[in-house]
Design a protein around this ligand. Sequence first.
Ligand SMILES: [Zn+2]
Length: 453
Amino acid sequence: MNKDIYLTNNLKNKKEKFVPIHKGKIGMYVCGPTVYDNPHIGNARPLVIFDILFKVLKSKYGINAINYVRNITDVDDKIIKSSKEKNIPISELTSNIIRDFNDDCNYLNLDKPSQQPKATDHIDLMIEMTSSLITKGFAYEKKNHVYFEVNKFEDYGKLSNKKLKDLIAGSRVEISENKKNAEDFVLWKPSSGNEPYWDSPWGKGRPGWHLECSAMSKKYLGDIFDIHGGGIDLLFPHHENEIAQSRCANNTKSFANYWIHNAFITMSNEKMAKSTGNILKIKDFKKNIDGQVLKLALISAHYKQPLDWNEKLLNDCQNTIEKWYEVYQSIDQKITLDEDILSPLYDDLNTPGYIANLHLLYEKAFKGNDNDKSLFVLACNFIGILNITKEEWLSIKKKKLLISEADILKNIELRNKAREDKDYKKADKIRKEFLDKGVLIEDKDGKTIWKLK
Ligand SMILES: [Zn+2]
């Protein structure tokens, strides 16, 4: 592709042309899950967004040119708390959640990242980085804790546009008598009782959360790399602290060149939110909804905009995928996607613009020939949609059908009775209701049959 990729870089607060450090070796780091509970729909948004960025980068620079690292945080206070609450060992909890997380990624049909390192496999690197920060005068030890001294790093706050005094006023900092300054953050802390611990020069303890991303990005991507991503909630303090740790430990003028953040998901539908205590987990959708429907919903708004989650959104996406399957056919290998089709994605991952292109391609395919159909399916496949055949889709749909067969048969009887009574309005209403649920009721040779639309 000759087209340039543009991304909104939060480090500069503007949309910029993406220029990689090395074209053949592009580094992208995205903060992954903390495995204390099953991922929710808010966690799914960055997974899907950065998967699309991964795909876009591969389309331009080649499938082997991108080193995409997404970490797993498997040591954290939330994990310790959750293991106590659930009364299961930490290792069992984290391995269960990692397994479920990987299942969720498959369900959403995401490409596997190049690396998925776990924090607990890299504690030695974190100890090394902490020692180096102490030696260089950026960190200090107090009572088995090690803190990063924020005022020693003059660029602190540049990513989030925050001033030190605002941070303290906003009380976004943890208060501790061990700290020299309120804004200092912890690199290492002691473990007590049966909390997990590792031996270190500062006693038995564990790392602070921010440190792992600095240690793992250094190992897999080097001191300076291209793209760092995550949800907007990570911008401060997590990403700000990563920059401080990495630049001070590595003696560099930069860390990641492009910082990309996705906005939140909001819940407008009370019923939907309440049913699962305001947290919709990805696994809760699996029973009734196919992963590609969920994915289409997750990319229906631009990543920089909040996404409002409601039942109508899911229903609309379900109907769209159903409609799109009407023109499904296996792809003719000779067909390729041209730049114009992909251009919304190259322009700051404009997924709503790409979906609009898909609708246009669908219209063309609906009226057109096999080539038009192939092109449409290929364009859907690019973002991981329509990747299963029509037969597979119908069989999955049947399994996920929200209404039982008995319910359908009962209503066919009611409809026949209405027809006998010449109450065609009622009969049509029943037929229409089932059509909306994906069930087509047909009258053939004096009999009424039903099939999935
Ligand atoms: Zn991180």
